[in-house]
Write a protein that binds this ligand. Sequence first.
Ligand code: ATP
Ligand code: MG
Length: 511
Amino acid sequence: MSRALRTEAGAIGIETLGMTMRFGEFTALDDVSITVPAGSFHALLGENGAGKSTLVKCIMGFYRATAGELLVAGQEARMTDPRVAQALGLGMVYQHFTLVPSLTAAENLVISRADAPAVIDWRRERARLAAFMETMPFKVPLEQPVSRLAAGEKQKLEILKQLYLGNRFLILDEPTSVLTPDEADEVLGHVRGLTEAGEITVLMITHKFREVTAFADAVSILRRGRHVGGGKVGEISVEEMSRAMMGKAPEVSKRARAGTERREVMRLRGVRAQDRTGLKSIEIEDVALNSGEILGIAGISGNGQMELMEVLTGQRRTMGGEITVKGAPFGATRAEARTHRMRYLPEEPLRNACAPRMSVAENLAFRIFDEGRNGKPAFWKNDRAIARNATTLIEGFKVKTASPAARIASLSGGNVQRAVLGRELTGEVDALIVSNPCFGLDFAAVSTIRDRLMAARNAGTAILLISEDLDEIMELSDRILVMSEGQIAFETPVETADIGEIGRHMAGHGE
Ligand SMILES: Nc1ncnc2c1ncn2[C@@H]1O[C@H](COP(=O)(O)OP(=O)(O)OP(=O)(O)O)[C@@H](O)[C@H]1O
Ligand SMILES: [Mg+2]
């Protein structure tokens, strides 16, 4: 068999022929043909809504393509069901982890097998796992609960799990978005090694050009559902890639920081709350957020940032301490947030800030629907205002949607993010609390969103920016705090900030 179809070590190549996917009138994928030879590392690029996830869902059998064929190791495969993909050795690693946090790595691997027996003979399974691990080029601690592993370890474990399941063609959907840059390089380095050894073939969705040029062999680019370009890495420049993605040369944004008057908008003193596990707590000693500044909170995911966000949005009870807004006690109710003109962009906005079954227009109207004239509550829905508001925000934030009446859950991940941020940034906003606002966005959208945040800051909004992306924190913040083990471990103004020092505090060994 030729190398393109299957390597000696077992990696499988795939090919799509004229893959097409329609959702009603809307064509999400239009006649896409790509070839991913066995043992290669292929990148898939495209703006938010370009059709990347749709393409891989068709390959994996989560969607039944409207038209087109899939060849797996040269044979036509009928992807009627995700189990077919598994049986053929196709596997997928998602952006978010799918491991069970309270189980150990070993337990996670064993239970993930479709043929896992009802009663597990752990002695035998451990021996089997140990033998498997011997053949792997990298290791993960097997006997600790997954919740104790760092993000990079978890992502490595997700990949090991696929290999353990016998999958030889892996789709990685933005695998590094939850990793630090060092972790990302390490994980992708291992993936690269496995493709070079002919153990696996990889198709990776990413928004990061650096990952494409540093690790991939070839790239395919989608725009509006069409395959618009690609080629061998090294033969295609970053400029050509971004032009193919957007249909035009990328704009370079100049983001000016304007000096504004600083007033204290929000203050947290001795605020304590339980963390997700209920075993530990977070404690914020004294943090003030001022108007016209971006206060960045850096930290590795899982160090209490999520809990802090929940406290500020009224989704988690505090066990002590005090939050004040403009000097008055603040209990994070919806009414208070409205009075103080506070807005939020939580993580995973589809789950935490949307009504998934409602339309895009309705979701965009959450801030206005019960507001009548002069901002007083109205007791009926103003359909015309809702439509006008939707059109403005869809245009202003370039939300790609079939129509304002489409369900928000049908939008691509990046477009949900844009829609929610558009909604939260509209009107006069005194304080904005955001968590990983650019997670999963394409680079053009990242640039737009960061421009908007800076513009809001320059207009006097106080912004609390919780982010795992250190580049983002450095780019936008006026002051930087580091959160570690539920506490603020470090503070520095951006002018004198040192990345290495921040990194050490993030990792929990500052002094
Ligand atoms: N189940 C669905 N019903 C209707 N439309 C859909 C559905 N799934 C996807 N779409 C539409 O198809 C288009 C492509 O979506 P897809 O999720 O493939 O984009 P993507 O390239 O993965 O984007 P992102 O980078 O934001 O994740 C989008 O316009 C989206 O609204
Ligand atoms: Mg996607």
